[in-house]
Design a protein around this ligand. Structure first.
Ligand code: AKB
Length: 314
């Protein structure tokens, strides 16, 4: 990785990935792209190109002109938005992915794109979900992700494109808030705890999902991309997670800092329905063994960092 293009750079992961890669490789070696242009925020005024990932010619031109050697394809609609707009999700999530893979094939780029715990479905074992297991997701996002995993493996075996990916759980961060995901509640709860001292969760009490702090997610991407290819038996995509939690557990941790914090519920059928098809806790041993995945944040440490960081913003 020396000249890196990032699509969807203004998203929750893309923003922090761009910042971190620029610290490591220099601003001029990391080109951020997105369908929107940043007027303000951490990516404003730095190398940037507008790119709709559905436009293959534009993607090729930008990567060729920049002389990229790596593409990190982050642009996608998340699970809840995809479920409300399934045709648009197919168009962006699959159309964008095919374009990014073709660009990588034609220009010989190393390739990363995130998969998700959304690639699993109701028939998947819920506890200690294995790396290789039944997937059969029932959401459009899940269909996109499982198809994407297979397509990335196909580009590796058929064309030799160096494709790598992880199945991200819900990612918790304070730099850029997520939008349209099922796991977004686990970010909103921290912002609302600091702003209002209470939060109404759209995810029901007792609904366990995997989560991870953003620093661990960014480090995982970089570690995987820099791992020697011959150590990777699995490629698309590795299970990764930092914790398996449900709303009451976050609330209990927040209460240690904000004793009056109150958690209420107003369950949203769409997002609850999606969450119920996902695993409770996935097994990350393949990622640990093959490329040293080793997250540093548990719920306690993440809560301390989130409340401090959000408190400085509000
Ligand atoms: C979502 O909730 O859609 C995402 C994900 C787990 O992929 N955060």
């Amino acid at each position: 990785m020396e000249r890196i293009i990032i699509t969807g750079a203004l998203g929750q992961i893309g923003t922090e990935l761009t910042i971190k890669l620029r610290e490591m490789y220099g601003d001029e070696n990391v080109l951020a792209t997105d369908i929107n242009i940043p007027e303000t925020g951490p990516l404003a005024g730095k190398p940037f190109e507008r790119l709709d990932v559905r436009n293959f010619e534009d993607m090729m031109d930008i990567c060729r002109t920049f002389k990229a050697d790596t593409i990190m394809h982050m642009a996608a609609l998340l699970s809840a938005t995809a479920e409300i707009h399934p045709q648009l999700a197919w168009d962006i999530n699959m159309g964008g992915l095919v374009n990014a893979l073709e660009t990588a094939r034609k220009l010989n780029l190393q390739f990363f794109t995130p998969s998700s715990i959304g690639a699993f479905g109701p028939e998947t074992p819920k506890q200690n979900t294995p790396q290789t297991t039944i997937q059969r997701p029932t959401t459009m996002y899940g269909v996109n992700k499982v198809s994407g995993e297979l397509l990335c493996d196909y580009y590796f075996t058929k064309f030799g494109v160096d494709t790598r990916s992880v199945r991200f759980p819900g990612l918790i961060s304070h730099v850029k808030e997520p939008g349209g995901g099922t796991t977004d509640y686990a970010v909103e709860i921290y912002f609302e705890a600091v702003r209002k001292g209470c939060y109404t969760s759209y995810i029901a009490e007792g609904t366990y999902m995997d989560m991870m702090y953003m620093d661990d997610a960014i480090n995982a991407i970089i570690k995987l991309m820099n791992a020697p290819g011959d150590t990777l038996t699995d490629r698309n995509a590795f299970n990764v997670s930092g914790m398996s939690i449900e709303p009451e557990m976050i609330a209990a941790e927040i209460k240690k800092h904000i004793p009056d914090f109150e958690l209420k519920y107003n369950v949203d059928e769409v997002r609850q329905g999606i969450a119920e098809t996902w695993p409770d806790a996935i097994d990350v041993s393949a990622a640990s063994e093959q490329w040293g995945f080793d997250p540093e944040y548990n719920l306690k440490r993440m809560t301390e960092v989130m409340l401090t960081a959000v408190g400085q913003k509000v």
